[in-house]
Design a protein around this ligand. Structure first.
Ligand SMILES: Nc1ncnc2c1ncn2[C@@H]1O[C@H](COP(=O)(O)OP(=O)(O)OP(=O)(O)O)[C@@H](O)[C@H]1O
Ligand SMILES: [Mg+2]
Ligand SMILES: [Mg+2]
Length: 301
């Protein structure tokens, strides 16, 4: 197959591994810098051009779209879909998962366990919002945060009020979430490919920190997940419409709670921790499923 990898940087671990895994299996792998792909939308024959040439003959496209280029990246991916190229994850599913609120709403509609989460606009509603999610301690999250930045633990009602006020004053959209204390500063990354969790790791926050992000000094280790956790992760990915997803789960007293579903999950942490050939499994998924025109939405919706 001829497979495009949409990625800003061919030297990133995940991009390198996908290229390597594809080549090992005899595929032609082409890395396309997402922001340098440009589109001809007007004609009946949708096209993507790259460095002066029309991109043709691709059977599949692997989107590795960073949070900062979601808008443009999804447009490029949608264009591939309109050309009938099979996307590992569809543009519609990626947009859904990038909007944290929308994602939680979709998951809640399907009865998937979530931390109780509130969202408000007016400072007048803060006291009731805090009460609604069960009071302090609670977690406050900036909607566009990544890598644990913009995620704050407010331990008292007073602290929660002032932090929320500060964010709203800065015109920052935030959500307020029940703090899952019993998770003990750990979460579980379930790497879903198709309808299976093919690898999982536990991330533990460093001492004195509640955020388990590796960028915040957390450490990863192997973990055996329960059948319920496995099912929750697979269902969460399916609800979002993602074929490949990193589903982050908190272990609570009342079962697994999905914190978020990532549409371009990184490969380095999970491959290093589990020793599994995750990139190879992604390519295998494409080998089984990539057929021209198989795209479910063709970018609609
Ligand atoms: N409700 C919660 N209860 C307990 N711990 C939480 C809660 N929400 C977040 N955390 C901890 O904080 C970390 C960061 O939160 P979250 O994943 O929501 O934001 P982020 O990492 O900035 O977002 P992204 O993963 O999209 O970059 C989580 O990995 C988890 O360890
Ligand atoms: Mg996270
Ligand atoms: Mg994320």
């Amino acid at each position: 197959m001829k497979i495009a990898v949409l990625s800003r940087n061919p030297r990133l671990y995940s991009t390198r591994r996908l290229v390597e895994a594809g080549q090992q299996r005899g595929h032609e792998m082409v890395v396309i810098d997402t922001l340098r792909a440009y589109m001809n939308i007007a004609s009946h024959k949708p096209q993507i051009h790259y460095r002066g040439q029309a991109m043709e003959g691709f059977e599949a496209v692997i989107p590795r779209i960073g949070a900062s280029v979601t808008f443009y990246g999804c447009a490029v991916l949608r264009q591939f879909e309109m050309m009938g190229v099979y996307p590992l994850n569809e543009s519609v599913a990626i947009s859904r998962s990038r909007d944290k609120l929308r994602a939680l709403q979709l998951l809640s509609r399907k009865g998937i366990g979530l931390p109780v989460t509130g969202f408000a606009h007016s400072p007048d509603d803060i006291p009731d919002l805090i009460q609604m999610v069960g009071g302090a301690p609670l977690v406050i999250k900036v909607l566009e945060g990544t890598q644990g930045m913009g995620v704050v633990l407010a331990e008292t009602h007073k602290a929660a009020e002032s932090v929320i006020e500060a964010f709203l004053g800065l015109k920052q959209d935030i959500m307020v979430q029940e703090y899952i204390q019993e998770a003990g500063g750990a979460d579980i990354r379930c790497f879903v490919v198709g309808d299976k969790v093919i690898a999982a790791m536990k991330r533990q926050a460093k001492a004195g920190e509640f955020r388990s992000n590796l960028h915040r000094g957390g450490s990863a280790s192997l973990i055996k997940i329960t059948p319920e956790e496995r099912m929750t992760a697979v269902r969460a990915a399916r609800v979002m419409g993602l074929n490949v997803a990193g589903v982050d789960i908190l272990r609570s007293n009342h079962g697994p709670l999905v914190m978020e579903v990532n549409s371009s999950p990184g490969l380095e942490g999970i491959e290093t921790t589990t020793g599994k050939d995750v990139a190879g499994m992604i390519i295998q998924y494409l080998e089984k499923n990539a057929e021209p025109g198989q795209t479910r939405t063709k970018g609609r919706g």
